[in-house]
Design a protein. Structure first.
Length: 420
């Protein structure tokens, strides 16, 4: 590989990365099985794939499965702060062109996306839709050869649906996020655990007794609230959706508007996929010492420019903690520059949960190679049989067996004649 075919922080980190990738693979039995089959069947022979994903040990395992399946693969980061530099180096050592450096600035981030697009992909694998939107706005010249793509996260799916509605989407995309074997586990248990882990690593804070305000009770919010409660925190949920607020209330959490919660919260975590959720008016009334973190996809959930305007001085007090000394004398602490804290300060989701998300990715990509001709320029769900297969394989790997419907039950469940 030529030196221009990659951009990583330090190639010498490759061996550490390789060992960590191997460690993660122990918890990814479903992806491993798929990788073994792909190695035999080569479903991606002659196919060029550009992937914009968090460059983590789990992503590396997906990448190796696709490569063994015959794909020519190039990767770039889907977030400036989520790259694991040793993994990026190891991927290059595995002959996968990778463009990702932890803490790259926005200019480099987009330069890396363009580099991934220069690969002239037939398939795109995106996480947040920056690759796809860049392709549609800056590299329209190569769009015709793209046959299909996948999208990993809620925010990306939201953006792509808007593109499809506006008639702008140029090829079919599968919303991997919306598979049950993805959001029920990755968004809930993955984000729940890894976000608290990221905040703990960044701050070493004790959760017990803290008032933790969680903005957004979607699948990520469910996991966060559950795990924060398990740590002994007093959890307050903030929502705009009445059904989800009701659910949070019946799950045993306190619900209130963010303005009220702002006055009492110790730790604030946003997981909404929305913008300026924590806004100036909230920052203005927060207690001195409050900690603010985001685990939603983009760094727009906390209004950082407004926080800067209220600030007299700022210093980095720990690696992922910025202390904002406000003009009125209060001090607030922003973690990981408002970027998804589980990946900025932690290692992201545990491999076991990414095993399912990336099995969905791998199988959806294989499905797209076989079926793209039948699909329109729309956002599609993961085929149900893939979802069920991934769950079945995961259960098998956990040595859990379940019952089967009897013939009588199958008939009963598909008929209407029989009542009491
Ligand atoms: N950190 C990670 O590793 C990780 C993993 C998965 C998803 N994500 C991201 O996390 C975000 C949330 O994902 P999700 O799957 O939980 O989404 P979701 O759509 O299931 O839930 C989001 C919730 O936020 C609520 N919300 C929206 N605006 C709000 C506001 N102003 N105030 C309060 N609540 C508001 C919505 O009503 C909804 O219930 C997305 O950006 C997604 O891409 C991050």
């Amino acid at each position: 590989m030529k030196k221009t075919d990659y951009d990583v922080k330090d190639f010498n980190l490759a061996e550490t990365g390789r060992q960590r990738i191997e460690w993660a693979s122990r918890e990814m039995p479903v992806v491993k099985q798929i990788r073994e089959r792909f190695s035999r069947e080569k479903p991606f022979e002659g196919i060029r794939i550009s992937g914009c994903l968090h460059i983590t040990t789990e992503t590396a395992n997906l990448a190796l499965a696709l490569k063994d399946g015959g794909a020519q693969l190039v990767l770039c980061a889907s977030n400036p702060l989520s790259t694991q530099d040793d993994v990026a180096a190891a991927l290059v050592a595995y002959d996968i062109s990778t463009y990702a450096i932890k803490a790259e600035d926005d200019k480099t981030y987009y330069k890396h996306i363009i580099a991934a697009l220069d690969h002239k992909p037939n398939l795109t694998v995106d996480d947040g839709a920056d690759l796809v939107t860049t392709l549609h706005t800056k590299r329209e010249d190569i769009i015709r050869q793209v046959i299909a793509g996948t999208e990993e996260t809620t925010t990306g799916v939201t953006r792509l649906r808007s593109m499809a509605r506006a008639g702008k989407l140029q090829y079919p995309i599968i919303a991997v996020n919306d598979a049950k074997t993805k959001y029920l586990f990755d968004n809930r248990y993955g984000t729940g655990q890894s976000t608290l882990d990221g905040i703990t690593r960044a701050t070493n804070v004790l959760w017990a007794g803290k008032k933790v305000v969680i903005c957004g009770y979607g699948w990520c919010g469910h996991g966060l609230a559950m795990r924060a409660k398990g740590f002994g925190a007093q959890v307050i949920v903030v929502e705009v959706d009445p059904v989800r607020a009701l659910e949070a209330a019946m799950d045993g959490f306190q619900i209130m508007p963010l303005l009220a919660a702002s006055k009492i919260g110790d730790i604030f975590i946003t997981v909404t996929g929305d913008k300026n959720v924590i806004d100036r008016k909230h920052i203005e009334v927060m207690k001195s010492g409050a900690i603010l973190a985001n685990s939603g996809h983009f760094n727009v959930e906390i209004n950082i420019p407004a926080m800067e305007e209220l600030t007299k001085s700022k210093r980095r007090i720990r690696e992922f903690v910025d202390e904002y000394s406000l003009k009125d004398g209060r001090r607030l602490f922003l973690l990981g520059e408002g970027r998804l804290i589980n990946l900025a300060a932690g290692e992201g989701h545990p491999a076991s949960v990414m095993d399912m998300s990336f099995a969905d990715q791998a199988l959806s990509l294989e499905y797209l190679v076989q079926n793209h001709n039948k699909l329109e320029r729309e956002v599609y769900p993961v085929p149900e049989n893939i979802d069920a297969d991934v769950a079945r394989l995961k259960l098998e790997s956990m040595h859990i067996s379940i019952d089967k419907l009897t013939r009588e039950q199958k008939k009963y469940l598909t008929s209407w004649q029989e009542g009491t």
